[in-house]
Design a protein. Structure first.
Lengths: 194, 227, 212
C-alpha cells in the first residue's frame, strides 16, 4: 500500500527527513518511533499527502478521500461545535449518512454529551478525541496518526486502544508514538527514525 | 552547465559592443527630431528599455507557468531572475521617462503619460513580488506562490493599461501631447539597433544573474554535503 | 453538483464562525463609518462630488483589506486548512467558499455605509452601485487568494495590502468611472472583464498556493 525509496524532505537547507525506504502492505500497522526532530511528523505528512518529497519516491495506494489523518493540531474550527465540525467534514468527504456516523463516533469516544459545545470550550483531551472522530469519520482505508495518545487521559487512551484493535488488519495504519509499548501488540512493522 | 557559462563572456562582449553602437547611432547618427530637438534622443533608450521590461515580465510568467506545470524547481530561480531583471528595467523606464518628461515639458512627472503611469503600477506590483518572496520560507511553497503572483502580473499589464485609458474619462489630461515619433529611415534604423542592443543586454544580464545564483546554490549544497 | 455543495458547506461554515466570533463584521462596519466621518473633515468646502466618490473608493478598498486580512484566521487556528486541503473536494472550492463569505461581509458593511454616503456626500445611481458590486467581487476574489498567500509567511498584515493594492487600482478606476463618467457602461464592462480574468486566474491557481 505504501512504497518509499530514498524518501527525503528538505526545507531549503534544513533536512526535515533523512532518506527513508519503506514497504508497507495493505492491512499492516507501522509504528514510527524516534526522538523529537527526527522527522516523524514530516514522514506522516508525506504519507498523508500534505507535502511532496524533495527527493526520492513515494507511492501511496489510496486516494485523498480514503486517507484519515490525525495531526499534532486538531484541525477543527474553534468556533463551531463538535457536531458542526463533523458535519462540515462529512459534507466535504461526502460521507453517507454522515449524521448517524458522526453520532456513532461521538458516542464511541464519549463526547456525545458535549456534542453541542464549541471546540473552544473543550479540554485538550476532548479536542484530541474529537480530532480522532474527524479522522475516522469517512471510514478511511489508510489511517495516519501522529502521536494519537498525546493529551489523552486513561479513559481516552483505553477507548483509542479499542478502536485501533478493531481496525488493525482491516485497515492500514501508520502511527507515530513516544510510547511504542502500548501499540506493540498490533504493530506488524516498525520504523525507527534517528 | 559549463557549456552555457562558456558562451557568456562572448555574449557580454557582444552586448557591450551593441550598446556602444546603439548609443552612437542614437546620439550622433540619427537626425535630430524637428519638434522636440535633442531631448527626443532619449526615446531610443526609453522605449527599448520599456519593451525589454515587458519581455522580462513575460519570460518570468512563462517560467512560472512551467514551474506550476512540471513542478521542476529550477524554473523558480529562472522566473525569479527574469522578474528581477524586469523590475530593474521597469525602474529604468520610469527614470528615462522622467528625464524625457523633464526635457520635453519641464516636469519630472506627468500623469498624462499612460506608459509612465502603467509602469508605476507595474513596478509597485513587482516590488511586492520581492516582499512576498522575502516573507516566505524557502521551498516549494514559496516557489508556487511566487509563480502564481508572476502570472497575475502578466495579466495585470493589459488590464492596467485599459484601466489607465479608461481613467481619462474622468482624469482630464493636461495639455501635454506626444505623438509617436514619425521616424525617418535612419531614425528607425537607430531605434531597431538600440532595441536589439538593449534586449541583448537584458539577456546577458539574465544569464549572468542566473548563473551566479545557480553557482551559489551549488556551493551551498557542496558545503552541506561536506559537513 | 458536489463541487457547489462543498462550496456551500464552506461558505456556510464561514458565516457561522463569524456569527459566533462576531469579530469581522462589526470591525468592518465601524471602520467604514469612521472613515466617512473622516471624509467630512478631509473634504474642503466646495470640493465637489468627484472628490467624494474618490474618497468613497479609497474607503471601500481599505475596508475590503481589513476584511481580507482576517479572512483565513479561522483556518490558521488549529491548522484547519490542512484538514480542508486533505479533503477530496477540489481545492478551488475552498477559495470560492471563502471569497463568497468575505463578499457577504463586505456587502453587509456597505449596506449601511453606502446609504450613509449617499445621504451626506453625493448621490449614488444604479451604475455606481453596479460598479460597487462588480468591484467588490473582484477585490474579494483576488484578495482571498493573496490573503492565503500572505498567511503562510511572516508579516502577513504588512504584506497583504502590498500584494492587493496594485491589483485594486483597475477596480478603483472602474468603480469611480461608473459613478462619475458620462458613459458608465464602458467602466462597468471593464469591471466585468477584470472579474472574469482575475476570477478565473484566482480560481485556477488557488490549488497551487495551498499545496506543496
Amino acid at each position: 500500500m505504501i512504497r518509499a525509496r530514498g524518501l527525503e524532505k528538505r526545507y531549503g537547507r534544513r533536512v526535515a527527513l533523512a532518506p527513508v525506504d519503506l514497504d508497507l502492505p495493505r492491512g499492516a500497522a507501522l509504528l514510527v518511533t524516534g526522538p523529537n526532530g527526527s522527522g516523524k511528523t514530516t514522514l506522516l505528512r508525506l504519507v498523508a499527502g500534505l507535502t511532496a518529497p524533495t527527493r526520492g519516491t513515494l507511492e501511496v495506494d489510496a486516494e485523498r478521500g480514503r486517507i484519515g489523518y490525525l495531526a499534532h493540531e486538531p484541525l477543527l474550527y474553534r468556533e463551531l461545535t463538535a457536531l458542526e465540525n463533523l458535519e462540515l467534514y462529512g459534507r466535504l468527504y461526502r460521507v453517507r449518512e454522515r449524521r448517524e456516523r458522526a453520532g456513532m463516533l461521538l458516542e464511541r469516544f464519549g463526547l456525545w454529551e458535549a456534542r453541542n459545545e464549541r471546540v473552544a470550550a473543550y479540554s485538550r483531551g476532548m479536542t484530541q478525541r474529537l480530532a480522532l472522530c474527524r479522522a475516522l469519520l469517512h471510514d478511511p482505508d489508510l489511517l495516519v496518526l501522529d502521536e494519537p495518545y498525546s493529551a489523552l487521559d486513561e479513559e481516552g487512551a483505553a477507548l483509542l486502544d479499542g478502536v485501533l484493535a478493531a481496525l488493525a488488519g482491516a485497515r492500514t495504519l501508520v502511527v507515530s508514538t513516544h510510547d511504542p509499548g502500548r501499540l506493540r501488540p498490533l504493530a506488524t512493522a516498525g520504523l525507527a527514525l534517528a | 552547465m559549463t557549456a552555457s557559462l562558456r558562451s557568456l563572456p562572448g555574449l557580454a562582449l557582444l552586448a557591450a559592443v551593441g550598446m556602444g553602437a546603439a548609443l552612437v547611432l542614437a546620439l550622433l547618427v540619427a537626425p535630430e527630431d524637428a519638434d522636440q530637438g535633442v531631448s527626443q534622443r532619449i526615446f531610443y533608450i526609453h522605449v527599448p528599455v520599456a519593451l525589454t521590461a515587458y519581455l522580462c515580465f513575460g519570460l518570468g510568467a512563462w517560467k512560472a507557468l512551467r514551474l506550476l506545470w512540471t513542478g521542476e524547481q529550477r524554473y523558480d530561480l529562472e522566473s525569479y531572475v527574469a522578474i528581477h531583471q524586469g523590475t530593474i528595467f521597469g525602474l529604468l523606464t520610469l527614470v528615462t521617462g522622467s528625464i524625457w518628461a523633464k526635457a520635453s515639458w519641464g516636469v519630472w512627472w506627468t500623469w498624462s503619460s499612460n506608459q509612465l503611469v502603467l509602469f508605476l503600477v507595474l513596478v509597485l506590483f513587482y516590488c511586492a513580488y520581492f516582499m512576498l518572496r522575502f516573507s516566505l520560507e524557502e521551498g516549494p511553497r514559496r516557489a508556487r506562490s511566487s509563480a502564481v503572483y508572476a502570472l497575475f502580473g502578466v495579466v495585470l499589464i493589459p488590464v492596467s493599461f485599459l484601466a489607465i485609458r479608461l481613467a481619462e474619462d474622468f482624469i482630464h489630461p493636461t495639455v501635454f501631447t506626444r505623438e509617436g515619433p514619425q521616424m525617418t529611415g535612419t531614425m528607425f534604423a537607430a531605434f531597431c539597433a538600440a532595441w536589439a542592443a538593449v534586449t541583448l543586454l537584458a539577456y546577458v544580464l539574465y544569464r549572468v544573474e542566473l548563473a551566479g545564483k545557480r553557482l551559489d546554490a551549488d556551493l551551498r549544497e557542496l558545503r552541506e554535503a561536506l559537513q | 453538483m458536489t463541487y457547489l455543495a462543498a462550496v456551500a458547506a464552506l461558505t456556510q461554515k464561514d458565516l457561522r464562525v463569524e456569527l459566533r466570533a462576531r469579530e469581522t463584521l462589526p470591525a468592518l462596519l465601524l471602520f467604514v463609518l469612521s472613515t466617512l466621518v473622516v471624509f467630512h473633515f478631509a473634504l474642503p468646502e466646495g470640493a465637489g462630488e468627484g472628490a467624494a466618490y474618490g474618497l468613497l473608493w479609497v474607503a471601500i478598498v481599505f475596508t475590503a483589506l481589513l476584511g481580507l486580512a482576517r479572512a483565513w484566521v479561522p483556518e490558521q487556528e488549529h491548522r484547519v486548512l490542512d484538514g480542508l486541503v486533505l479533503a477530496p473536494c477540489d481545492r478551488s472550492a475552498i477559495w470560492l467558499g471563502k471569497t463568497l463569505a468575505v463578499l457577504a461581509f463586505l456587502l453587509a458593511a456597505q449596506a449601511v455605509a453606502l446609504p450613509a454616503f449617499a445621504l451626506f456626500f453625493a448621490p449614488l445611481d444604479g451604475a455606481a452601485l453596479a460598479g460597487v458590486l462588480l468591484a467588490d467581487l473582484g477585490i474579494c476574489a483576488v484578495g482571498s487568494l493573496m490573503s492565503a498567500m500572505a498567511a503562510a509567511g511572516r508579516a502577513r498584515e504588512l504584506l497583504l495590502p502590498l500584494l492587493v493594492l496594485p491589483l485594486a487600482i483597475p477596480l478603483v478606476v472602474g468603480g469611480v468611472g461608473s459613478a462619475v463618467a458620462p458613459e458608465p457602461d464602458r467602466h462597468l464592462l471593464f469591471l466585468v472583464l477584470y472579474d472574469g480574468l482575475f476570477g478565473v486566474l484566482s480560481w485556477a491557481s488557488f490549488e497551487y498556493v495551498v499545496t506543496e
